[in-house]
Design a protein around this ligand. Structure first.
Ligand SMILES: Cc1ncc(COP(=O)(O)O)c(C=O)c1O
Length: 420
């Protein structure tokens, strides 16, 4: 069919689409009516302004600023030039010591486990692992705020989710005592709030009740530990956690995911997880990039210290300005405006002044706990952070900071702020 390019793009698209049945139309109409029109007044919560060249961008998960690292780029370019993309196929056909296998073994040694398996993404690592180790008869104890990919794995397995209160080992204990041995799932660092799991206590509960423990280290790998081994290793718990997973799109600044565990578990996972079987694996130059990144991550420890110093500084300054950033214990610092229209006001107040964070709303947060997330990186300058602090100081009245539920929870009131 020839497209009439004279027509408006909407008309052209409409004219070539098959008619939608009522059930689909109603579902989509619901989104446009309830979300776009009613809640966002015809705008879109995820679509703010375009950042100018001097904007301060607090939106990246590249926590150690590896995206332009010469050694990492060179490692990838070298493989691309000499071998191109290599073989495009599912990982189940791999057999031998290719660059990916070398990375899997090097990472295992670095974080203190027997083996790892690289996946196409953190999403695939989590859905594939949970799908392959749980089933309809398995109780799955999952932290209420665990990443959506872990919940999706439970759905894929047809297992029953038994959520426990966020970061609450006592809540887990009650559930496990009632329902028996199962799989416990937590994030090491929670991606919306920056809270850190009480891993030692959770391990103890899991052990007492004969449970398998899965820890998603996505926002902790590269960030915690002497050489970035992650939270489990930093706390000396590597031998007591059955499975660790991670996205490589955070501190590794790449695209990929990983599952870590015993050699036997990993051999099982490689051939039993559906994303590992039914989706093509990462490419050779990406694997070469992972390997180079691991080396740099272990060697350039100053980046990690700078990251923590920057995060501590910004968190402290925002807290002094009455923002409730109490949940954050790391490089993720969120301003919880609450209802979505309030978060849009916050987004606009920040962006018009050249400060850009990431908006999080349902289904990533509870409906009335939407927020703007700042992620700090190692390479940010004090000057940039000062700009963020100055903007956050200026906008407090405009964004209604003292009316936010999160501010009231912190117990600060406007009067105290104006005196300060
Ligand atoms: C905690 C956590 N796990 C898993 C993922 C999924 O990772 P990826 O983007 O590599 O699919 C993310 C990314 O949003 C995450 O924050």
């Amino acid at each position: 069919m020839l497209l009439n390019t004279e027509r408006s793009s909407t008309a052209a698209v409409g004219s070539i689409q098959a008619e939608q049945p009522a059930f689909l139309r109603e579902r989509m109409d619901g989104y446009f009516r309830e979300r776009v029109e009613k809640t966002w007044s015809g705008g879109h919560i995820m679509k703010g302004r375009r950042p100018g060249s001097h904007a301060v961008m607090l939106v990246s998960n590249d926590y150690l600023d590896f995206a332009n690292h010469p050694a990492i780029m060179e490692a990838q370019v070298e493989v691309l030039r000499s071998r191109g993309h290599g073989l495009l196929r599912s990982g189940v056909f791999r057999n031998g010591m290719d660059p990916l296998r070398r990375f899997e073994l090097a990472l295992a040694q670095s974080i203190g486990c027997e083996d790892t398996v690289v996946c196409q993404s953190g999403w695939c690592a989590n859905t594939g692992l949970i799908q392959s180790i749980t089933g309809p008869a398995t109780p799955v104890y999952i932290d209420m705020f665990a990443h959506m990919s872990l919940w999706e794995g439970i759905t894929a397995a047809g297992a029953l989710a038994r959520p426990f209160k966020h970061n609450d080992p006592v809540s887990l204990e009650h559930m496990a005592a009632k329902h028996g041995p199962g799989v416990v799932i937590v994030d090491a660092v929670y991606s919306t709030s920056g809270s850190i799991a009480p891993l030692a206590e959770l391990v103890a509960v899991a052990e007492r009740h004969g449970c398998v423990l899965v820890v998603d280290e996505s926002h902790a790998l590269g960030v915690f530990g002497e050489h970035g081994e992650g939270l489990t290793a930093a706390l000396g718990l590597s031998e007591r956690v059955h499975f660790r997973t991670a996205s490589l799109s955070k501190a590794f600044a790449a695209r990929g995911g990983v599952v870590a565990g015993s050699a036997r578990h990993m051999e099982y996972f490689r051939y039993e997880s559906r994303p590992a079987i039914f989706s093509s694996c990462v490419l050779d130059h990406e694997a070469a990039g992972f390997l180079a990144t691991l080396e740099v991550m272990r060697a350039e420890n100053d980046r990690r210290s700078a990251l923590h110093a920057n995060a501590d500084y910004l968190r402290g300054r925002l807290s002094a300005l009455d923002y409730n950033v109490d949940d954050s214990q790391c490089q993720i610092i969120s301003l919880v405006a609450g209802p979505e229209p309030q978060t849009m006001i916050l987004r606009d107040a920040l962006e018009t002044r050249g400060v850009f964070g990431s908006v999080f709303c349902a289904p990533a947060t509870a409906k009335n706990r939407s927020l703007v997330r700042f992620t700090v990186t190692s390479g940010m300058t004090r000057e940039q952070l000062e700009r963020v602090v100055a903007v956050c100081a200026t906008i407090r009245e405009e964004v209604g900071l003292y009316e936010w539920a999160s501010t009231r929870k912190k117990g600060v009131r406007r009067a105290a702020a104006s005196v300060a």
